[in-house]
Design a protein around this ligand. Structure first.
Ligand SMILES: [Fe+2]
Length: 333
């Protein structure tokens, strides 16, 4: 690891003091000292200002770090807890706590500042959209989904390993109250409801009445994860070799082919991960309803079978559009 202090070196070469540089950038002198020690993260807009003022490139400032790694927003458990406290205070109109958290973030924690700003934007958007009643639940769950999307947007779908995908998804702690808004059942066939979709990421809920089942199918080069939300899921999994030898079709070409071999049972809270080119089949063999959350990374599912109802929260869509704009700006620098 490079132990040099490039910011301090370039600043001194230009004859600037920490105080002068801090004034030029618009941050505290302490922040500059922490950047130079490498003990505080630098937000992207500060990095570009730093480059301009010090007349250098990003690589000169960060010789041992990937820029995207440093600037990638990450909703850590600590930040999430603080954002929750911020939202609770905001909805209670507890201005003192809101100001305290907000000021702390502005002065000391750029990551927290980013997520507080995102929370504010979600609330603003909900309030603009008279259809949507905003509460803490929707703000926090939207941020969790947004964070998943951000983390996955830094890799191409064919570059992430199943292990990394699993690790990431286990941090996605969406509340049941939030997800229950998407659980929907149809007497005739299983019912899919979309929560969010970006270019590669699709998150949706499927409701299965007793006896509903899918065909045996595979998702090609996409990764898939399933979380049981309600009931019991019966699941069959075939290796890529078996999938090939049995001529199992891609999901978009239902063959009517059903598998009756050895199945596994999964209950509430269980995750099932399906690696690339594996085939699988889901059934509700129980007497109760089954609801499953699906996270697909790769090609989106065939999307003409989504259930749509008026009560579906729409904020995710707005938020994702906003997020895409932010990401493009980050990549352009
Ligand atoms: Fe599937």
């Amino acid at each position: 690891m490079n132990r040099e202090k490039p910011i301090a070196k370039i600043r001194e070469k230009m004859g600037l003091t920490q105080a002068e540089l801090s004034q030029m950038i618009g941050v505290s002198e302490n922040t500059i000292a922490n950047w130079e020690k490498g003990s505080a993260s630098k937000w992207i807009r500060h990095l570009s200002r730093l480059c301009k003022i010090l007349n250098c490139s990003l690589e000169d400032l960060e010789p041992d770090k990937q820029l995207q790694e440093r600037s990638r927003p990450d909703l850590t458990p600590n930040i999430l807890d603080t954002v929750k406290s911020y939202c609770v205070a905001l909805f209670k109109n507890d201005k003192k706590t809101v100001t305290k958290i907000s000021s702390f973030a502005t002065l000391h924690d750029n990551q927290l500042r980013y997520w507080l700003d995102q929370a504010d934007q979600i609330i603003d958007q909900c309030q603009c959209d008279a259809k949507e009643q905003v509460d803490c639940e929707i703000v926090i769950n939207t941020l969790i989904l947004q964070n998943l999307s951000i983390q996955l947007n830094y890799v191409l779908p064919n570059q992430i390993t199943l292990d990394k995908f699993c690790e990431l998804l286990k941090t996605v702690t969406l509340s049941h109250d939030f997800l229950s808004k998407y659980i929907f059942f149809n007497d005739q066939h299983f019912s899919r409801k979309l929560i969010l979709q970006t270019r590669y990421l699709s998150v949706y809920v499927i409701g299965w009445e007793p006896s509903h089942e899918s065909w045996m199918h595979h998702h090609g080069n996409s990764l898939d994860a399933i979380l049981v939300l309600e009931g019991e899921m019966t699941h069959w999994l075939l290796s890529p070799e078996e999938c090939k030898s049995k001529n199992i079709p891609f999901e978009a070409y239902p063959s009517g082919q059903k598998f009756s071999g050895k199945a596994e049972k999964f209950t509430v809270g269980d995750w099932v991960f399906i690696d690339r080119h594996y085939a699988h089949q889901i059934a509700n063999s129980s007497a109760k309803r089954l609801a499953t959350l699906h996270v697909r990374f790769g090609a989106p599912p065939d999307d003409d079978k989504w259930e749509t109802t008026e009560d579906q929260p729409v904020i995710i869509w707005h938020q994702m559009e906003q997020y895409q704009v932010i990401l493009q700006n980050v990549n352009r620098v």
